[in-house]
Design a protein around this ligand. Structure first.
Ligand code: 6XA
Ligand code: ZN
Length: 344
């Protein structure tokens, strides 16, 4: 299994995240990437390869043109205002307000925001493009016949919607990968999101489509970020009806319960007869994750990697969250190793 990763990830590292009423050092930090690279090397995985330059064709099918223009221009518009800090949304386009992109950068930030903890720096856009390029390049490995690949994306992507950023995400790497697989001829693609948080952005992008099945296991949104999407009664719309499946779970959920949901999810994916599987891989389901509430142990990651591998689908793993930084490498490695050990 090849790993695609870019050192450009380090270009995105805001000084601050708004959390608990304070500006703190972001949980989503560059060392996360280093620990994963290190753990894979220590277990004999091949050295990461660089992505090719990002091709915007598949990106433009999952994100709006206005939104992409905003991401590209946000820092220069912010800088032109003479602000000293990093760009962060404050006022948002809430209920019964106009859904119309304002001229002012503060207005634009709020208009495109799904959450306000995520800051934009001078070099964020480069990191975002390289992260998406990792997912795209890895998808093209599957298109060329590899049976699996790992896109070590940073920043992550699953909270990024058609025209929304937030939750540390800007472009939806998993959605770009799924679109890339579709464009190369896969007629059906499944996305399995095992990150602790609901992949609201991925759900948003594919909600009215039946060519991409979205299945997510996550903290119940009544109790967990992103709070406003991820309930079990969200099943898709129009042609997409029946092609969105959510498994929200309560605080304290242990592996015994989580793995039953995974079996159910994998059965649904089997019944869909997908040509390829994209896994949004967040390891923030770990028992000692600082911002999450599931109780998976290190060995549970191996177990579920194996369960995914047994389904024998061409599989692309795309990195999402995980904030127990010292364990993130081993937990991620465990999923990939469990997967590989189940391959015929
Ligand atoms: C914001 C929490 C963001 C969650 C990010 C994440 N306070 N998503 O891990 O998967
Ligand atoms: Zn997460």
């Amino acid at each position: 299994m090849k790993t695609i990763a870019s050192p450009d990830h380090a270009l995105h590292f805001p000084k601050a995240e708004l959390s608990g009423g304070q500006l703190i050092r972001p949980y989503e930090c560059p060392e996360r990437w280093d620990y994963i690279v290190e753990a894979l090397a220590a277990s004999g995985f091949s050295a990461p390869q660089l992505p090719n330059a990002l091709d915007m064709a598949s990106v433009a099918k999952v994100h709006g043109a206005d939104y992409l223009r905003f991401l590209e221009q946000a820092w220069s518009l912010w800088e032109a205002e003479g602000y000293e800090g990093e760009a962060m949304p404050m006022a948002v386009a809430a209920r019964r307000m106009q859904q119309r992109e304002p001229e002012n950068i503060n207005g634009k930030l709020g208009y495109f925001a799904g959450a306000t903890e995520t800051a934009i720096t001078p070099t964020t856009w480069q990191a975002v493009q390289s992260s998406a390029a990792c997912a795209q390049t890895a998808a093209r490995l599957l298109n060329a016949g590899d049976s699996s690949a790992f896109a070590l994306c940073r920043p992550p992507g699953h909270h990024a919607g058609y025209d929304l950023f937030g939750g540390y995400c800007f472009m939806n790497n998993a959605a770009i990968a799924a679109q890339e697989l579709r464009d190369a001829g896969a007629s059906k693609v499944a996305i399995l999101d095992v990150d602790f948080h609901h992949g609201n952005g991925t759900q948003d992008i594919f909600y009215e489509r039946n060519d991409v099945l979205f299945v997510s296991l996550h903290g119940n949104p009544g109790h967990a970020f992103p709070y406003f999407l991820g309930y079990a009664d969200e099943t898709g719309k129009g042609e997409g009806e029946g092609y969105n499946i959510n498994y929200p779970m309560m605080p304290g959920t242990p592996y015994s319960v989580w793995s039953d949901a995974l079996t159910h999810a994998l059965d649904r994916i089997d019944q869909y007869f997908a040509d390829a599987l994209v896994v949004s891989l967040g390891v923030d389901t770990f028992e000692r994750d600082p911002i999450s509430f599931f109780k998976l142990t290190g060995d549970d990651f191996t177990r579920y990697g194996h369960a995914i591998g047994k389904r024998s689908l061409p599989t692309l793993f795309v990195m999402e969250g995980g904030y127990a930084v010292e364990e993130i490498g081993v937990n991620t490695r465990n999923v990939l190793q469990g997967f590989l050990d189940a391959q015929p």
